[in-house]
Design a binder for this molecule. Sequence first.
Ligand SMILES: [Ca+2]
Ligand SMILES: [Ca+2]
Length: 307
Amino acid sequence: MDVGFTVSEALVAAPNVALGSAPLGLVSATRNVYLFRRTLDGSERESLQTLTLSATDLAGNLTTETSLTLTTDFTAPTPVNGSVSPSPTHDGQVVTVTFDTPESLAGNPTVLFGGLTAAFDGLSGSTYTFQRTLDGTETEGVTTVAIDTVDPAGNTGNLSLPITLDFTAPALSALSVTPATGRSGTSMTIQFTVSESLAGDPTIIGGQPATRASQTGLAYAYTRTLDGTETEGTATVEIQVQDPAGHVTTDTSLAVSVRVPENGRRTAGERPENGRRTAGERPENGRRTAGERPENGRRTAGGTGAR
Ligand SMILES: [Ca+2]
Ligand SMILES: [Ca+2]
C-alpha cells in the first residue's frame, strides 16, 4: 500500500506515517511531495484502521493528519455449509450446489464439476446456489465439485465437495432358476449377480413376490415356494434392480414352468382329484365330453345311444 501527500512547507525531517502502530517506509521525497509504502505482512491489525501522518516544520510546529483510513482483510472467504445434491446421480439430472460465504465477495464464485462449469442460479443473503445439468461428459465415479471465491481484498477461498456420478445402469448376470419346473409346494430358487451395489432389495415380480434367501457381495438368491396361486404354464421371472443413482434394469430372460396345482386350475391331460376336468377324461358323474357314451339320458352329438 502506498500513501502519497504534499506538505505546505519545508520540514525538519521526513514525516512519520503509520497504519495503526505499523510504520510505513519513505519511498521518495521530491520537494514537499512524499510517497510512503508498506507491504502488509499480516502482522497488522485486521479491520478498518486510521493512517496517521505527522510532520514538523522548521519552526517546530507539529501537524498530525488522521483523515485517511484503510480496511485490511487477511481472511480467506472460505465457503461453508456446502452441499451438492442429489448424489449419487445420473446423466440428465440437474445437480444443485449450495454454500454460504463468510463475507461479501468481489464477484460471483466459480463452481466446477470435475473441471466443467456450473451456472450461477442465485444469491440469497450469503447463500449461493449453482446448478449443472449433467450431460454425460462429466467423469463418471467420484468427482469433485470445486468452489472458488475471491473477496474484495483479493483473498481467495475454496471448498471441494464430492459427488458420485453414475451413468451406467446395473447389469444382471449369472441368472438361473432351479428347478425350472415346479408344482404347488415346490421351492424355486432364483439366483443372479448384479454389476454394482443396489439402492435396495431387487424386486422379483413375475406376478408374485419372492423372498431373499441370501446375498453374498453382489450375488443374490431369492426363493419362492409355489402355493398354487401362480399362473399355470410358463411364467416369466421378472427381476428389477435399481442402483443408487436411480437407474432401473429389468430382466425377463428367466421363465419357469408351473405345473398343476393340487386344486383349482390344472393343465390339459392331467387328472384332477376334484372339480373341473379336462377334455378326454371320463367324468364320474354329471356332464361328459363330446364323443363319450352317456350312461343315461341325453347324449352328445355323434353318440350312439337310444333316442
Ligand atoms: Ca476476507
Ligand atoms: Ca450404476
